[in-house]
Design a protein around this ligand. Structure first.
Ligand code: FAD
Ligand code: ZN
Length: 460
């Protein structure tokens, strides 16, 4: 009997949509990547409970039907995009906030809650959930965990892995693994939740999570600085770490081509003049508004006096703060000024990034004359972003990927800092992982999903 008919009989027609009613176009792409032409989806399931997720997986595992987990589909690596006939399992109806425990500093949620909803619920309770990224209005907290999302505040609060205390996940055979731990210290055996965080839906489906909450910051200070070169950036980072201690919450670096795109190319007045060697956006979050701003101005003032920074603008209002962040967030506007493009998300040791940027640019220009590149990144987290705008049409995507990823491999960096492997980096995983590491990943996959039904064709 066909799986859709079985599941509809068991769970109801509202939970499982067959080909006639399912919105396949919406479930066939993420933010950047589309399913290959002609991929026939079997249906879309919208479970409301962990038991329903378990039921669906048990039935699909028995029938050998592939299952495609999907969150908010803001992913950038194709992890949520079907590659072959499959049943899509969307978490979007599992969106309850179950509990906020102020003493433990935790929030327990279902996986389909949207990131921004989590942020607002924490705020309403007088607390703070620090994960933040451009896709906040659609990305789901389960998707954030499945991709081990990063974003702008990793420097201070860590990646999603550091913000999750407990997970409930359903294995490929329908087994429910409930590990909704609320304690910061818990060394009772293997930390099983980590199997599901960052494994992009290939080892289990996350259904509930216990998140860590933090005290709400009372002050935010933001500045944009212009410097001569990358050694000055490293000097400024040392000063910021020493001067701001744990309050330093963002340190974003922009190379000149990127700064020009984010300002004059998009019709914005540059807050500090173009023509400098490199730009840094600094943010601190503290608990004492008056003292924090004074300290902020002292540390940055000393950097200017000592010649480490050449120019600086310190935001004096929320509007100015947003205007400075709009420059850093300009990749969302690239379709207007830098399109088509191929975007990269790699890591290298922070101290080496300054040397590698011109080297990578030169390699790309040698291989693809006329190519344009822009570099930016969360460099205090060792995370470099690069966007490449080739002259050829169609874009030689694979050849450009190969130039970038083989260089990153040669320099012992990571081909994915925060967006994951999905489908688009799968062929390049060997640049960042040894054969032994990949073999162990395959062993884990085979142990947890012996029939290979969970998100096939992704990661490994
Ligand atoms: P989806 O795209 O739906 O899925 C992503 C992967 O997770 C897929 O492999 C899917 O199968 C799996 N998955 C989803 N939900 C579950 C679940 N419950 N259980 C098991 N597997 C699941 N990312 C960053 O890290 N840092 C950034 O700064 C950042 N900025 C972004 C800015 C913009 C404008 C956009 C559009 C995206 C950005 N991203 C960033 C990428 C994206 O937002 C994250 O990868 C996000 O965590 C994905 O969540 P999602 O719910 O949309 O997942
Ligand atoms: Zn990023």
């Amino acid at each position: 009997m066909d799986i859709i008919a079985v599941l509809r009989a068991d769970l109801g027609a509202g939970v499982v949509h067959g080909p006639d009613e399912a919105d396949f176009p919406r479930h066939s792409r993420d933010f950047l990547n589309a399913a290959p032409d002609g991929v026939a989806l079997i249906g879309v399931a919208y479970p409301r409970t962990t038991e329903q997720v378990s039921h669906i997986l048990r039935a699909c595992n028995a029938a050998g039907v592939a299952v495609q987990p999907q969150g908010g589909l803001t992913g950038l690596a194709g992890g949520g995009v079907p590659q072959a006939p499959c049943l899509v399992l969307s978490l979007e109806r599992m969106r309850a906030i179950l509990e906020i425990d102020a003493d433990a500093g935790t929030m327990t949620v279902e996986a389909g809650v949207v990131l921004e909803t989590v942020q607002k619920a924490a705020d309403a309770a007088g607390l703070f959930f620090p994960l933040d990224l451009g896709g906040r209005g659609s990305a789901q907290i389960g998707g954030n965990a499945a991709t081990n999302a990063g974003g702008n505040r990793v420097l201070r609060y860590g990646m999603m892995r550091d913000l999750v205390l407990g997970v409930e996940a359903v294995l490929a055979d329908g087994t429910v693994l409930t590990s909704l731990n609320k304690m910061i210290k818990n060394n009772a055996g293997y930390d099983l939740k980590q199997l599901f965080i960052g494994s992009e839906g290939t080892l289990g489906i996350i259904t509930r999570l216990v998140l860590r909450l933090f005290p709400k910051p009372q002050s935010v200070s933001t500045a944009l600085l212009a410097l001569d070169d990358y050694p000055a950036v490293l000097d400024l980072l040392r000063r910021a770490r020493a001067g701001f201690g744990g309050t330093l919450s963002a340190f974003e670096v922009m190379w000149p081509d990127f700064y020009t795109l984010g300002t004059s190319a998009l019709g914005r007045q540059p807050p500090v003049a173009e023509g400098h060697g490199i730009y840094v956006l600094i943010e601190t979050m503290g608990t004492d508004p008056a003292a924090d701003q004074v300290r902020f101005e002292e540390v940055l003032g000393a950097a200017l006096e000592d010649g480490v920074a050449q120019d600086a603008v310190i935001a004096q209002s929320d509007a100015q703060t947003q205007a400075l962040w709009a420059i850093r967030d300009c990749p969302g506007e690239f379709p207007k000024v830098f399109w088509p493009q191929i975007s990269f998300d790699v890591s290298l040791p922070t101290g080496e990034i300054g040397l590698r940027v011109p080297e990578l640019r030169a390699r790309l220009e040698r291989a693809f004359p006329g190519v344009r590149t822009v570099f930016f990144g969360h460099v205090a987290d060792s995370n470099l972003h690069l966007s490449v705008h080739p002259v050829e049409d169609p874009m030689p995507v694979h050849a450009i990927d190969e130039v970038v990823y083989s260089a990153i491999g040669e320099w012992r960096g990571s081909i994915s800092a925060e967006h994951g492997i999905g489908t688009i980096k799968r062929a390049f995983l060997h640049h960042s992982r040894t054969a032994q590491e990949i073999a162990l990943m395959r062993l884990l996959k085979a142990a947890l999903d012996p029939n290979g039904i969970l998100n096939p064709g992704k990661v490994i």
